[in-house]
Design a protein around this ligand. Sequence first.
Ligand code: FRU
Length: 485
Amino acid sequence: MSERDLELKSLAEQEIEKHKETVATDPYRLNYHHMPPVGLMNDPNGLIQWRGVYHLFYQWMPFDTTHGAKFWGHYTSENLVNWKHEKIALAPSDTFDRDGVYSGSAISHEGRLYLFYTGNLDGKNGPEQENQCLAVSEDGVTFEKKGVLIETPEGYTAHFRDPKVWKQGDIWYMVVGAQSEDHQGKAVMFSSHDLHNWEHLGTIAGSKEGRNGELGFMWECPDIFELGGKDILMVCPQGLESDGMNYANTYQSGYFAGEMNEHNLQFNHSEFRELDRGFEFYAPQTTVDEKGRRILFGWMGVPEQYEQEHPTIEKHWVHCMTIPRELTWNGEKITQTPVEELSAMRGPVLLHSSVTIENDQKAIRGIQGRSIELNIEIDQLNEMFAIELFQYASLSYKDRILTLSRPHLEERSKTEFRRVGLGEGLRNIRLFIDRSSLEVFVNDGEEVFTSRIFPQPEEEHILFTSLGSTTFSIEKWDLNGYQYE
Ligand code: FRU
């Protein structure tokens, strides 16, 4: 490790110490979500189960609550419930990554843990460049950088980042998010036999040609994997215009499903579908674990979407991760469900079956709290059903449309909305509420709303409203926080 590397990591650690107490007193600190110890957290990186242990790295700006020269922070867990915050994995300390150790992925090879990441050079001291780099570890906590593997090929701008690597047969593949010279988002493929020498194959998918493209001017954080017999390309396109209920956030994340031949660059696929309907969800990454499950973490934030309006900024931190979710293909689309391990956080269950509310608004005994899971099964609903969370957010269902609303984070007097159509009606809703977050899994995870919420810290009240009559059963658990070592 170079002196510069040690120096930067030590400065970042000092920053943690400096703000430790202020951060810890923030009532919006979460109970069971990954957060930065200080500063800004964004994308999940390097997600892998390696020698039995889950590793979740994250994009981290320790010195400010803005974006900039990112580090990789690091959490590990044996069970997806109890997590250890490890020492800093990577710092922007080299000539090839000095303006940011940007997003990337992990693989296991010959007993070692390999991290592929983007070395960002922002152009202020020399050319603007994004190169794909490698760091290797013997023990899973100390990483040695091996330098640049891939420079941006001809035909692309300096927006060329977020390598995701996987193996198919004997061949390693890498997909990188890119922008072509005519400003179209692209997913670019490489292959290798030894993880060091990479051949540029070409583009596997991209925004169509045309003014500003149809699917964005840049694609970030691509991920390719197989799910229930389908080949999936998950990606975050930038520059989609909002369209009715779709693409309501500043930037999107979603996927194409189809049949892919990586090597021949053939990909017959469906239309782009959004993964999440909430206010804060971006840059998801997946891995397959030892149980064969496809696990996803997402960033509970969106780049450039009123990030500086989050009230946690004054306490020197911002953003968090989603809970881990298992993906399945239900024959038509990807569904997301919280991993079953999370049930270890539950206290005793409180169950009310066959609750009927008719043209009324009610609290339900014991159904309250700020670190809870709720499971609602709808028996009968004929007009409108709504859940008011802490006089802040509201989830309401009417005319086959589910709407999440909350105060606009920038223009506080306004309310903002996110919506999704549920053609076949509402069957169930599962909510994970943490002190300042909300994750709503609808109809067994067919739709998900992921959002930060900032009600008054002491508020715990939840109200249920029905126009016409609604009958449902509800289960509630208090959730213990993650245990940190
Ligand atoms: C997505 C992203 C990635 C990049 C990283 C930098 O949020 O912009 O494309 O690698 O964040 O922190």
